[in-house]
Design a protein around this ligand. Structure first.
Ligand code: AKG
Ligand code: FE2
Length: 208
């Protein structure tokens, strides 16, 4: 069973680090429960007329294509960014980079829910004014995560499988790399997690 083999930490590009199995199962369960408690998951409408297939909710600042606001699309206040999530982000960043991350103060979380059909096209996370690293947590179904280059949506890119409990950090020279989720792998989540589909949480620093 390859699911039981340890997967090594991998630096895909300078500043882009995959830390497999970083969250304990209990932490994964707690995060899933926290995500269940966030109200307001919506499909985001894009200016080009498209609608994103993921359902998202934001903490701290509301992301809209292409900027951040203090109110949601419905005009209601944005859910607060919880202190414990910042602590988790600092721990994850310190482990990914192997150096203290005490100064890392994320104030945005984007929580994305992927059903079996959802995906995310290649994009840059560039609506933040800060170039501090993005810290990503994956829960539930595994996915193919495509991590590319800072110049184009095309090659070269690397596909990595992100599984429940994995952390992925991109900062430094990789902070503005194109990335996306071509597909999830439905049915791969541990049933004991109680999540059908995939959740991804990205922490960011707004610089706002
Ligand atoms: O779901 C993922 O792993 C990536 C999500 C992402 O790129 C984003 O929310 O900007
Ligand atoms: Fe992104």
């Amino acid at each position: 069973m390859d699911a039981l083999l340890p997967r090594p930490r991998a630096e895909l590009a300078p500043g882009a680090v995959h830390v497999p199995d970083w969250l304990s199962f209990a932490e994964q369960r707690d995060l899933v429960a926290a995500c269940r408690g966030f109200a307001g998951y919506r499909h985001t409408r894009l200016p080009n007329g498209g609608v994103m297939s993921v359902k998202s909710v934001c903490l701290g600042w509301h992301w809209y294509p292409y900027g951040y606001s203090r109110t949601t699309g419905e005009g209601t206040p944005v859910l607060p960014f919880p202190g414990w999530l910042g602590d988790l982000g600092r721990r994850a960043l310190a482990d990914a980079y192997g150096e203290p991350a005490d100064g890392y103060e994320p104030d945005i979380a984007l929580v994305n829910f992927y059903d079996a059909a959802a995906k995310m096209g290649l994009h840059q996370d560039k609506d933040e004014r800060s170039l501090a690293p993005v810290v990503s947590f994956s829960l539930g179904d595994a996915c193919v995560f495509r991590f590319g280059n800072t110049e184009t949506r095309g090659r070269p890119y690397t596909d990595v499988e992100l599984r429940s409990g994995d952390v992925f950090v991109f900062g430094g020279p990789s902070r503005l790399a194109y990335h996306g989720v071509p597909k999830t792998l439905p049915g791969t989540a541990d049933p004991a997690l109680g999540l059908t589909g995939r959740l991804n949480i990205t922490l960011r620093v707004s610089g706002l």
